[in-house]
Ligand binder design. Structure first.
Ligand code: FPP
Length: 261
């Protein structure tokens, strides 16, 4: 059965999901937890708590849709600037998340991957993440890729430093460095051939990249939704993928000479 939805008011069909064209790699900036909580006169961490439950639902939905890689921006290198209590809560979320959710990840054949400067995370967070990676290592379905203490500019700098060391050691000449060389030195390298998101979704109405996957988003479709992350649903995910499917990806080229000049 097609997952679709009708606009009953106008009685016009809204495009349906094309199951043959599911994006391989979906990346999400999960924004709006604080505002969701504020609207309900709750502390900001209540938004993060609810947001974690939404991560579970969206992980299962994405896996059922046949997405190959789901990358979630859970903590940026800039998020350390938040009050200590909030940072501590965010650092504990992976511990809470994996302590209950790993069996369902395994049931859904989902493998956990993490990218970011994880050595700077509290030991308990590192432990939870490493355990989840080990426990799901045999899973062959979707990769659930958490960006934790991740920053796009820092990632590129680290990659360039690695390449510079290889040049210094005489392993590669500067002229032999290509786009593929840098891609292979970024934190998404292990996701090959799906290193680059087909679509980036950002919730909460903000329309920014916020230092997320700067290199990898070069040709991604960007989909922005006003929904705050704690209110995000699998139906909204389907709608956002339908929006992606309506786009006309040309990667800078033309389509069969039919393109407008
Ligand atoms: C942005 O909203 C959200 C974050 C910085 C944290 C995102 C984390 C989760 C959704 C839970 C992650 C779950 C796991 C398992 C790691 P914001 O706080 O910036 O919201 P605001 O812009 O409304 O203030």
């Amino acid at each position: 059965m097609e997952i679709g939805f009708k606009n009953h008011r106008q009685n016009t069909a809204v495009p349906e999901l094309d199951r043959q064209r599911i994006p391989h790699h979906v990346a999400i900036i999960m924004d709006g937890n604080g505002r969701w909580a504020q609207k309900r006169h709750l502390p900001r961490i209540a938004g993060h708590k609810r947001g974690m439950e939404v991560v579970k639902e969206i992980t299962k939905a994405a896996s059922h849709l046949g997405i190959k890689v789901l990358t979630l921006y859970a903590f940026s290198t800039e998020n350390w600037k938040r009050p200590d209590a909030e940072v501590n809560y965010l650092m504990d979320l992976p511990v809470k998340f994996f302590s209950t959710f790993v069996p369902e990840l395994i049931e859904n054949n989902v493998r956990v991957n993490v990218m970011g400067y994880t050595d700077q995370l509290p030991v308990s967070t590192q432990q939870a993440v490493n355990d989840a990676i080990a426990q799901t290592a045999h899973c062959t379905g979707m990769v659930l890729n958490f960006a934790l203490n991740y920053g796009g500019r820092a990632e590129i700098v680290t990659g360039v430093q690695q390449i510079a060391r290889e040049v210094q050691a005489g392993k590669v000449t500067p002229d032999a460095i290509t786009e593929e060389t840098l891609s292979a030195h970024l934190m998404t390298a292990s996701l090959a051939p799906d290193t680059d998101p087909d679509v980036l979704i950002r919730t909460s109405g903000e329309e920014r990249i916020s230092n997320f996957l700067l290199w990898q988003l070069a040709y991604s479709e960007l989909v922005f939704t006003d929904v705050y992350w704690p209110d995000y649903t699998s139906e909204e995910l389907v709608q956002n993928i339908v929006a992606f499917q309506q786009r006309h990806r040309r990667f800078g080229g033309l389509d069969d000479g039919k393109d407008e000049k």
